[in-house]
Design a protein around this ligand. Sequence first.
Ligand code: GLP
Length: 242
Amino acid sequence: MKIYKTKNYEEMSRKAAHIISAQVTLKPDSILGLATGSTPIGTYENLVKWYEDGDLDFSGITTVNLDEYKGLPRDNDQSYYYFMHHHLFDHVNIPDGRTHLPDGTKEDSDQECRQYEELIQSLGGVDLQLLGLGHNGHIGFNEPDDIFPDDTHCVNLQERTIEANKRFFASADEVPRQAYTMGIGTIMRAKKILIVVSGADKADTVKEAFFGPITPKVPASILQLHPDVTLVADEAALSKID
Ligand code: GLP
């Protein structure tokens, strides 16, 4: 694993955006795996700025997102569909129809998850997968578990995740209880992985995930087995690492 330690969130965001833009420049028809959450927002801001400056061209790019809440309509401002359009898709030139997320409005979980997994396979797999890190070590919405789930699937969100995400909703009651997420296998099949982490509140999680035993109790710990992972984290997030 390559680790870049940055001074702060802004520098982390710039570094991550540089890695993504290198991918877009070197392989203009890349399949990018994208993530939501507060951590990647600064990364997307940089990509949008560099696109506006004429330094980046997304016209050959296809994207697949990690996850989506089940049951939220796409125009709900807390859906990941809305998030991605708001922070990236509406501001850059990825062609319409080439940005993919699981469809949380589809009731039939098995069918939607199978189709999403097939879609990723039909695209030839993900070239570069961007990830954030949940406080309990989750990636996408793969929560601590007894096993590492393989393909895209429907999950019941854990209390800690609902608590962490309620800040975006009017109340905890409004946070959906289920989500569709790429599985650990889907994520591990990406050719390259870029994980961004910021803040002292994630320092213990970083230590457990990347310097502790590999266990489904800390889903991100599996990334230690991936051949091409880059962690970009600020000093606060790395403060528990010698
Ligand atoms: C959500 C998302 C994850 C994300 C995590 C951390 O649960 N499903 O993909 O990594 O939150 O979010 P944040 O970056 O806001 O801490």
